[in-house]
Design a protein around this ligand. Structure first.
Ligand code: ATP
Length: 322
């Protein structure tokens, strides 16, 4: 084995090959393969029932597989190895803790179960709960409770952390706080396996996403180029000023397809830079005040809906979200 191969093997925290899991006649996972590298945030996406939880629970060692190979931190998760449990942190969707204990008491108590321990204060700080360290768990809001769950998962200083829909039910500020806590983990070199139904969360956090449907991975890659996202046409949108200028006055733009709805114009083009230049030069030269001007690429959600069959591919993105 050459040194490159050796390096890449050592840096694979999770390896899954041809994984299958059936429940009676239902084949929930149908031949899934992927790898997760050390220090990356890997995100599994997919509609309800796609098979995500089944895969996560197989990797966590809570569910058996029907066939295929799975390795987590070099060990078989089905072995029930204590060494593996020591190195893996799990944040479940619902996690019950003793409601009358304070944040710091709980983190300290769970820390005692581990050989390796991070400092209680450091962990509480990391999940941004320092101001709540002496409050009882039952007094915390839903979002604060989830961050406490995260702190409990972190106190054993795991190398790999499973986060199952970590921000479901959070308000926007709490989501941002959780994202910031998760980013801090990445900076510590932790590997994170995330499931979420929020595409903005995947976009913000993930280095690599895999999209599942009907028990199979149908696309995977960086959020920026999933499903050829980076190669898709962009949309240029603007509104025309009242009186004097009509859509027919707007010059032909490179590579464009145009849709006009009253004073709103949507131009779809694979040459957004040149098209925007022609358009803005015309507008400035002719003192045409274009309103609400924007240039956008398809979002991760656009691509996800297309891949999972939940979107109409012939609509403009605006029609889809209307
Ligand atoms: P969600 O987004 O709703 O959490 P998921 O992608 O995690 O969905 P899974 O929970 O893995 O999906 O379920 C995949 C399929 O396996 C579904 O059809 C589900 O009904 C089925 N399934 C899951 N657990 C069991 C079980 N214990 N017994 C029988 N069928 C099951």
């Amino acid at each position: 084995m050459n040194s490159d191969q050796h390096h890449s093997t050592r840096d694979r925290v999770i390896e899954v090959r041809g994984l299958r899991r059936s429940y009676g006649d239902i084949e929930a996972v149908r031949g899934v393969s992927f790898e997760v590298a050390r220090g990356e945030v890997f995100c599994l996406l997919g509609p309800n029932g796609a098979g995500k939880t089944t895969i996560v629970e197989i990797l966590e060692g809570y569910r058996s597989r029907t066939s295929g190979e799975a390795t987590v931190l070099g060990l078989d998760p089905a072995s029930g190895s204590r060494a593996l449990h020591e190195r893996v942190g799990i944040v479940l969707q619902q996690c019950g803790v003793q409601p009358d204990l304070t944040v710091s008491e709980l983190v300290e108590m769970y820390g005692r179960y581990h050989v390796r321990q991070r400092s209680v204060d450091e962990v509480i700080d990391l999940v941004e709960l320092s101001e709540k360290r002496d409050e009882r768990a039952k007094q915390l809001s839903g979002g604060q409770r989830r961050r406490l769950d995260l702190a409990i998962a972190l106190v054993g200083d795991p190398d790999l952390i499973f986060l199952d829909e970590p921000t479901t039910g959070f308000d926007p500020a709490a989501r941002r706080a959780a994202w910031s806590a998760i980013k801090s983990l990445c900076e510590l070199g932790k590997t994170i396996f995330l499931t979420t139904h929020f595409m903005d969360e995947a976009q913000f956090l993930a280095d690599h996403v895999a999209v599942m449907r009907d028990g199979q991975i149908i696309a995977s890659g960086r959020p920026e180029d999933l499903g050829g996202r980076d190669l898709r046409p962009a949309e240029i949108r603007f509104t025309l000023p009242a009186g004097g200028v009509s859509a027919a006055d707007v010059p032909a733009l490179p590579g464009e397809q145009r849709s006009v709805q009253g004073d709103r114009v949507i131009v779809t083009t694979r040459e957004p830079v040149r098209a925007a230049q022609v358009l803005t030069t015309w507008a400035v030269d002719n003192a045409v005040d274009l309103g609400h001007f924007s240039v956008t690429q398809p979002t991760l959600e656009d691509i996800y809906l297309e891949l999972t069959g939940s979107g109409d591919h012939n609509q403009t993105r605006e029609e889809q979200s209307a």
